[in-house]
Ligand binder design. Structure first.
Ligand SMILES: Nc1ncnc2c1ncn2[C@@H]1O[C@H](COP(=O)(O)OP(=O)(O)OP(=O)(O)O)[C@@H](O)[C@H]1O
Length: 288
């Protein structure tokens, strides 16, 4: 098994560590302190017809606790496969995934997963959906309610706790899904194109919501997207994967907040630094 290698420059590593340390003030339930590690991961699928699909080539990755990593790459390059390994839904053909010292062998409440479709339980209210995980885990009713209140407020759905999922728009359902995942207080949030099905305006709003929440809680986020602009806007770091079998082609640190301040909004997207980085990432995908 190969030794895990930190992708990105030493400066990037230092900056990431500093970001985590400075975020110390924002500790609390769900704040990530451990590293997420892919150590020599590769994966082959065998189809029902018996064909072997080499989805991911040997890949090493270290994600410090509290880092927001975005992953982009051509369709079918293995992004979701990596996410499934990190979620514990899939055992890799080779290598090992770890969260801190713990080898990932299955799903855990430490690692929440947000899918492209909200998949809320239609017979439960929005509040019922958000409280479901804590209810299963026997969190006392008062604390469950307090968590749901806080999260519904945070995602802008305080007025919709009693509504049923079908009464909400797609964007609101997606916000409810995020609240439902965060109610379990995961330290790591794995997101597979969570905004892919939304219109541009809703998508931009949810990007801002997500950044605000992540800056408050400091979870580690592994976020798959097809939008280079979204990746550069949200990520502390952007990974570009090659076509299948996927491997990491480019590992870019994004540090626009140090120039424009931590609360910079979508206006950042028209700055020269943003455009330069976006174009560099897009070019890497094109030559891949
Ligand atoms: N269960 C499976 N059985 C066989 N092949 C699979 C299976 N799941 C995925 N694959 C194949 O593995 C490759 C990687 O799939 P994966 O879903 O990880 O890619 P992706 O980068 O997330 O794609 P997209 O961006 O289109 O969602 C693809 O060629 C896909 O067809």
């Amino acid at each position: 098994m190969s030794q895990p290698v930190e992708h990105g420059s030493t400066a990037a590593t230092t900056a990431a560590t500093t970001a985590v340390t400075t975020a110390g003030a924002a500790t609390g339930p769900g704040t990530a302190t451990r590293q997420l590690v892919l150590d020599g991961i590769s994966h082959h699928y065998v189809t029902d017809a018996g064909d072997v699909v080499h989805a991911v080539a040997e890949t090493d990755l270290h994600v410090p606790g509290g880092q927001f990593v975005c992953v982009v790459g051509p369709s079918g390059c293995g992004k979701t496969t990596l996410l499934k390994v990190l979620a514990g839904f899939l055992s890799p053909s080779a290598g090992q995934a770890r969260y801190g010292e713990q080898v990932i062998t299955g799903p855990s409440p430490d690692r929440g997963v947000v899918f492209q479709q909200a998949n809320l339980y239609p017979w439960l209210s929005i509040r019922g959906n958000v409280e479901l995980g804590p209810r299963f885990r026997k969190v006392p009713a008062r604390e469950r309610t307090a968590r749901a209140d806080e999260l519904l407020e945070m995602v802008g759905l305080a007025q919709f706790g009693e509504a049923k999922p079908y009464e909400l728009s797609g964007g609101m359902q997606q916000r409810a899904q995020i609240a439902r995942v965060l109610a379990n207080q995961p330290e790591v949030v794995l997101m597979d194109e969570p905004f892919g099905a939304l219109d541009a305006l809703t998508r931009e709003r949810l990007q801002a919501d997500l950044l605000r929440i992540q800056r408050k809680r400091r979870q580690t986020v592994f976020f798959i997207t097809h939008s280079v602009e979204e990746a550069v806007f949200l990520g502390d770091r952007v990974l570009v994967m090659s076509p299948r079998p996927g491997r990491i082609l480019l590992d870019e640190r994004v540090d626009l907040a140090s120039t424009y301040g931590p609360d910079v909004g979508p206006e950042m997207k028209s700055t020269p630094e943003f455009i330069e980085l976006r174009d560099r990432v897009a070019a890497a995908i094109q030559v891949s």
